[in-house]
Structures are given as C-alpha cells and as structure tokens.
Write a protein that binds this ligand. Structure first.
Ligand code: ADP
Ligand code: ADP
Length: 228
C-alpha cells in the first residue's frame, strides 16, 4: 500500500532528517513510528502526502509514485491528524468536518448522515454537538473532531502525528480505543507517530523504531519486546 524506497531527506539548511529509510506498509495495517524527538518521524509522515518531498528515493502508494498523483488526490485520499488541534474557530463542528466532503461535492444529505455517524462513533451525541463551535468543546472533544474530520471523506490512508499527546489520560485512552475499533472495522491503513512506547504497543500491528533519521528495528510489538 505505502512503500518507502531508499528515502533520504536533507533540509535546505543541511540537516539530514531521514536516511536509508525502507519500509512497506500493508493495506489495513497500523504502523507506529516511534523514537525520540528529532529522529525524523514527522518528516517521514509529511513525505507521504507530499507536504515535503524526499531528496532521494521514492514513495509509492499502491505501486504508483506519490509524485504521479495530483495534490488533490493526495489530500482527499489521505486523512491527516495533527498534535495541535487545528479546527477553524469560526466554523461549527459540522462545517469543520464537512470541508473535504464538500470539496469532493458530496450531497448535503450524505454529508449530514456521515457526520452524525462519525459523531456517534466517538461517543458525541450528534444533536448536541453538530452545531457547536470549537470553543464550546473540551480539549478531548476538539481532538475527537480533529480525528473524525480526517476520516470524513473515507480516506484510504490516515496519518496521525502524536494526535493524543495534548489530552488528559482518560480522553487519550478513549480515543485509543476508538482508533483500534476503527482499524478493525473499516481496515484503514494508519501511520501513527508517537514517542510513547505504551501507546505504540497498544495500537500497532507493527512498530517502526527510529533513531537519528534511520530505522533501528521493525516488528510486531511482541517481536520488539522479546528482543529487549
Ligand atoms: P516534534 O518532535 O513534535 O516533531 P519538533 O520540535 O521536532 O516537534 O518540530 C516541530 C516542527 O517544527 C517540525 O514538524 C518541523 O517542520 C519544524 N522544525 C523542526 N526543527 C526545525 C528546524 N531546525 N528548522 C525549521 N523547522 C523545524
Ligand atoms: P520528529 O518528528 O521525530 O521529532 P522531525 O522529523 O520533526 O523529527 O525532525 C527531524 C530532524 O529534522 C530534526 O533534527 C529537526 O530539527 C530537523 N528538521 C525538521 N524540519 C526541518 C526544517 N524545516 N528545516 C530544517 N530542519 C528541520
């Protein structure tokens, strides 16, 4: 599904953030990228949807180089959840979640159904929350909206960059459960960045351990634990 082939990324200031990076992520797999701050996790993620391009090597999605997709195709088919909650403050929950479905020209009725289904999925009563503004939500609720916004148009791939690190432990655990459920039920391919080993073990089909821009080890949580 997603293949990294001999990837190297050097920023214009000379910092090589990622090197010798080879990885194949299968359809429906949840892979966590884990490692200390600055090891290249975010850089790796941003190359998948072409927020940045590698200096060397290729990334393929379904055997086609990402550079052969239009930016629209990539933005529409890849959901992206960030650590910083990035909801538009002047837009309601419904309006925030509807952005990509509207760009894709979904019918208003279909969008409304989809939003209610997603709100219910993360335990937020649709009639209560649909028309609220972000300032009328708790941090955990805002982050849930960030997650469902990324899922709204049913992308094949979901990228999550420390999506829960700003949350209290209870919201965090709830959302981890949501992600596990999602991945089991709808078989999304998910790349999940974290620096929390417990979170990585809990969520991952496979863990990719990074250090100084390189992969140190890749394996199932079980394989990684047995080797330490
Ligand atoms: P995190 O560990 O959460 O990824 P960082 O502090 O490493 O946070 O980086 C946050 C963002 O700031 C990165 O995604 C990157 O785009 C940008 N950034 C990090 N280091 C630099 C740098 N030396 N020069 C310019 N931008 C940087
Ligand atoms: P992580 O997500 O693991 O914290 P990043 O991918 O954000 O790591 O950063 C990897 C390395 O690249 C760090 O040394 C960071 O300072 C550097 N870096 C990130 N973004 C930039 C940038 N825009 N310009 C220069 N260096 C950057």
């Amino acid at each position: 599904m997603i293949t990294f082939k001999d990837i190297k990324k050097t920023y214009p200031d000379g910092t090589t953030a990622v090197r010798n990076f080879n990885l194949e992520i299968k359809q429906g797999e949840l892979v966590t990228l884990i490692g200390p701050s600055g090891c290249g996790k975010t850089t790796t993620m941003k190359m998948i949807n072409r927020l940045i391009d590698p200096t060397e090597g290729y990334i393929y999605i379904n055997d086609k180089p990402v550079s052969d997709y239009s930016i629209h195709e990539l933005r529409w088919n890849i959901g992206y959840v960030l650590q910083q909650i990035a909801l538009f403050p002047h837009m309601t929950v419904r309006e925030n979640v509807a952005i990509v479905p509207e760009l894709r020209k979904w019918k208003s009725k279909d969008i409304d159904e989809r939003i209610d289904e997603l709100l219910a999925m993360v335990g937020m009563e649709p009639s209560t929350f649909r028309d609220r503004y972000p300032s009328e939500l708790s941090g955990g609720q805002q982050q849930r909206i960030g997650v469902i916004r990324a899922l709204a148009a049913d992308p094949e791939i979901i990228l999550m960059d420390e999506p829960f690190s700003a949350l209290d432990p209870i919201s965090r655990e709830q959302l981890q459960e949501d992600i596990l459920k999602l991945q089991k039920e709808i078989k999304k391919t998910i790349v999940f960045v974290t620096h929390d080993i417990d979170e990585a073990i809990k969520l991952a089909d496979r863990i990719c351990l990074m250090k100084d821009g390189e992969i140190v080890q890749v394996g199932t949580p079980q394989q990684l634990m047995n080797s330490h």
